[in-house]
Design a protein around this ligand. Structure first.
Ligand code: PHE
Length: 486
């Protein structure tokens, strides 16, 4: 039976839920700070308007027009493009394998926050006691069972959220979008009323316009927009395929993209005001306490929570609850897009696909629960986002801009929407986005030829990076070749 959203709100929330994730809280504020502070908002908005929204329109229109999940919708543009769709979903699958592990950490920390088990030395606690991190990627060590347990809980939550596809997702997202928003606002209010908050915000927002002369800053803006909107994974395309025939396309694309960007911007207030407080309490300059990624959430934040004048336990619980609810709808969007595609093409039973997915992804995820897990997570994360995702983004634009009647897609979108897009959309899809993202891709290739990623050994880089990409290409081709139900 074809999947369908019960209401427009369900679709919009699911799409927003997929977009808003850890990237808004621990990636955006940091990238912003690194790339010229307040001045970064300029390239960010430019990237949002010239690539983010156009690609969102593209994904929605193609998904909606052909009313099929990503690989099959792309296959309708031209047969071979189906491979691109499977590859995109596999990249998403790769991300889901470690995203779920990070959520597994958050489950553990939710428990720890009840008695602030991390103590004074949050850094030592996270790396040595919790992760028991080894010296290098090749020293795997044993699986850390508490993390594996968190991983299992996460997969149970993911499978439960997509149990009956769009029907279940459409209900779950009311909670997983609204709860983290409310908690985020609590953290903004709490952050802004702490001593030192303004000092932190100054770091976040003081514009350094000379950064705009650096081309890498612009490239960062584009990659942040892609990652943050969950574009280039086939997720938004698949979600749009579940829309009823007469739904709007363009308004929804603007709505979701702007909601995501606004959340990232507001997230920065929560993060930087709190970092200002941290600096204030420890006497360190703000520049030394700024962190991103796991370090921010699992080392810096636990310390700050301890330092709070009152309600540490409550804020600790809220913080990890926010991470979990923020992450879960991004994670399950990847799984749902993959599941819907497999079901549509091969007519598999949904229960089998759901459970099969969780088992395969969970078993692969065990690698990240070993003592060298953080290293592998880092390598795979880098490759998925910088090679997998960018390649899909470029090829999707080329597929529509060069191998299909792009005017037709634009007219289709406009025909469905009261708010219409002009020829600038064609320009963006045909030239601008492929060129900018292509430049980004080439810069990455050059960087990787010069040195292995992150100072790891070449062999670790190969196993966690290139090999994964190669395997995904092969699997994508196999899925394409395999006969479907029709
Ligand atoms: N958009 C999500 C975020 O901002 C990240 C994400 C990307 C999640 C791709 C899943 C897949 O955190």
């Amino acid at each position: 039976m074809k999947e369908i959203w019960q209401s427009r709100t369900s679709f919009v929330l699911a799409s927003i839920g997929s977009a808003i994730g850890l990237g808004n809280i621990w990636r955006f504020p940091y990238v912003c700070y690194e790339c010229g502070g307040g001045a970064f908002l300029i390239p960010f908005l430019v990237a949002l308007l010239t690539a983010g929204i156009p690609l969102m329109v593209l994904e929605y229109s193609v998904g909606h027009k052909f009313s099929k999940p990503a690989p099959l919708a792309l296959g309708n543009l031209k047969k071979g493009f189906e491979i691109l769709g499977w590859f995109a979903l596999l990249v998403g699958f790769g991300i889901a394998t470690y995203y779920a592990v990070i959520m597994g950490w958050a489950f553990n920390y939710l428990g720890y926050s009840l008695n602030m088990a991390w103590g004074d030395n949050t850094q030592g606690f996270f790396f040595n006691q919790f992760l028991k991190i080894s010296e290098s990627p090749m020293q795997l060590g044993s699986v850390q069972w508490m993390i594996a347990l968190g991983l299992i809980l996460t997969w149970i939550a993911i499978v439960a959220s997509i149990w009956k596809g769009a029907k279940t997702v459409g209900k779950v997202v009311y909670f997983t979008v609204i709860i983290p928003w409310i908690i985020l606002l609590v953290f903004v209010a709490r952050g802004l009323t702490l001593p030192g908050a303004l000092e932190g915000l100054k770091y976040y927002l003081t514009p350094n316009f000379s950064a705009l002369l650096n081309y890498r800053v612009w490239l960062h803006a584009y990659s942040q927009v892609f990652f943050s909107l969950t574009i280039g994974f086939g997720v938004q395309m698949t979600y749009a395929s579940f829309l009823p025939r007469d739904s709007d396309v363009v308004n929804n694309a603007f709505l979701v993209s702007l909601a995501d960007a606004a959340t990232a911007f507001v997230g920065g207030f929560a993060v930087f005001s709190t970092l200002g407080y941290y600096a204030n309490q420890t006497g360190l300059p703000v520049s030394e306490v700024v962190q991103s990624g796991p370090q921010l959430a699992f080392v810096t934040y636990p310390t700050i929570i301890r330092l709070l004048p009152f309600g540490s336990v409550i804020f600790g619980v809220l913080f990890f609850l926010m991470l979990l609810t923020l992450g879960i709808d991004s994670a399950f969007s990847l799984v749902e897009a993959g599941a819907a595609s497999l079901i549509e093409k091969f007519n598999f039973k949904r229960v089998h696909v759901n459970i099969g997915f969780a088992i395969v992804a969970g078993l692969i995820g065990l690698i990240y629960t070993t003592r060298s897990g953080l290293y592998w997570l880092d390598i795979v994360d880098y490759f998925m986002n910088n090679f997998g995702l960018l390649v899909v983004g470029i090829l999707m634009c080329i597929a529509v801009g060069w191998f299909y009647k792009h005017e037709e897609i634009r007219e289709y979108a406009n025909g469905k929407s009261d708010f219409t897009i002009g020829r600038w959309w064609d320009f963006s899809v045909k030239y601008l986005t492929p060129i900018v993202v292509g430049a980004l891709f080439i810069t990455n290739v050059v960087d990787r030829v010069k040195a292995a990623y992150g100072g790891y050994s070449r062999i670790a880089e190969f196993l966690g990076g290139w090999l994964v990409i190669i395997v995904f290409v092969v699997v994508a081709v196999i899925l394409f070749k395999k006969k479907g139900r029709s």
